[in-house]
Write a protein that binds this ligand. Structure first.
Ligand SMILES: Cc1ncc(COP(=O)(O)O)c(C=O)c1O
Length: 387
């Protein structure tokens, strides 16, 4: 059993972004990595690599690609060939590669907003237009949820060349249903829009949620999809920069692969080793315990906010370790600045996630319950001091 209540002091290692970006008296609950050590089988494998001592060039091998393909079959019954898998340094690199090769200055990237800030950077990185597809927000008591406005979805999809799907969704925590995925995919097919699915959070499932990769829904959808996955979120190894594009359609894969080759987008050997162990199944019991711990953290957040933060609304995420807090019904106009100054807690400012993010904050629940509780207590105290 892993004791997730104990977290190491991350400030002891310099350059750890989350804990050194803000002054020492600030509790960081922003960037999306967790405060837990990676699972032991991964650490053991890296230990072995370092003890060997020779750190030469290493390219992703057949065994790793077969391991990734097998995991898709084991988890979802999605049969992909190992040849469809390409190692890349990050999911974000994958999004940008896809935009650079498939978009034009007339037809760019569509995305459901608010969404992960790096989605918004794709347009400038690649000089392509961005088309926003805002969700429809629903409120019940202090709980908010988000739905797809299908008429708007189709209207916006028509204007784009690729649809960057974020599933599970950061920052809203939605694990899209098969039904919604099928409808999105069908609209994309009808308008010849390629789906680029960021599925980086797919193994971080709360409660008993089950994940469906959009490409698994049918052969036709698979042919139209680039799926991006990584061990970085679920197994907490984001600093190693290792991800995979799964592209069963050879035509799409060849152009994508060519660009990866041209830019020499190599993954370092620690990332390859970590991915091999993570996707081999050796860390699955750890992951199960983690998801259970994160589910309790999520419940703790919902209960705490409901009981102690009047007029603050929030989502109940199905997946990810990210919570989404809505301050638009409070007197706090700039919640990020307010809590940084008055509570000494750093969250992610909702406005970086685009339209619909103003007045919201994303909170990182990937920490010990005690740290989460301390952060929430600091926030609640700061709110009580408002006259
Ligand atoms: C939805 C999503 N995609 C991608 C990333 C980053 O991926 P990578 O580090 O593999 O580029 C994150 C990190 O927070 C994320 O939340």
């Amino acid at each position: 059993m892993t004791n997730f209540n104990i977290i190491p002091d991350r400030r002891k290692i310099t350059n750890i972004t989350k804990w050194t970006w803000f002054p020492k008296d600030v509790l960081p609950m922003w960037v999306a990595d967790m405060d837990f050590p990676a699972p032991k089988p991964i650490l053991d494998s890296l230990d072995k690599l370092l003890k060997h001592g020779v750190l030469g060039y290493e390219l992703p091998g057949k065994v790793l690609y077969e391991t990734v393909a097998k995991r898709m079959n084991d988890l979802y019954g999605w049969k992909v060939s190992s040849e469809a898998v390409i190692a890349i340094p990050g999911v974000v690199s994958g999004l940008n590669i896809a935009a650079s090769i498939f978009c034009t200055d007339k037809k760019g990237v569509a995305m459901q907003v608010p969404v992960y800030n790096e989605f918004h950077a794709v347009k400038d990185n690649n000089s392509v237009p961005q088309v926003d597809i805002p969700f429809r927000k629903k409120v019940k008591g202090n709980i908010i949820s988000y739905e797809i406005d299908w008429i708007l979805f189709e209207k916006q999809i028509k204007k784009s060349k690729i649809f960057m799907l974020c599933n599970p969704h950061n920052p809203l925590g939605i694990n899209f249903s098969r039904r919604d995925l099928a409808r999105m995919a069908e609209i994309c097919l009808r308008h010849k829009v390629i789906i680029v699915a960021d599925e980086i959070h797919s193994e971080l499932l709360l409660d008993k949620n089950k994940f469906t990769p959009i490409a698994k829904l049918s052969k036709e959808i698979e042919k139209n999809t680039i799926s991006l996955i990584a061990p970085s979120k679920a197994f907490n190894v984001p600093g190693f920069f290792c991800a995979f594009a799964i592209i069963p359609n050879k035509e799409l894969r060849d152009v994508f692969q060519k660009e990866v080759q041209r830019l020499r987008l190599h993954v370092g050997s620690p990332g390859l080793h970590a991915a091999q162990v993570a996707f081999s199944g050796k860390c699955d019991s750890w992951l199960k315990e983690l998801n259970r711990y994160l589910t309790v953290n999520r419940d703790f957040l919902v209960d705490y906010v409901t009981e102690n933060m009047p007029n603050v609304r929030l989502t109940i995420p199905d997946a990810t370790y990210l919570g989404w807090l809505d301050f638009t019904e409070t007197k706090i106009e700039k919640p990020f600045e307010f809590f940084l100054e008055n509570a000494k807690v750093a969250l992610s400012d909702g406005k970086i996630f685009g339209k619909g993010g103003e007045g919201h904050l994303r909170i990182n629940l990937g920490t010990s319950r005690a740290t989460l509780k301390e952060g929430l207590e600091r926030m609640s105290k700061a709110m009580k001091s408002i006259k």
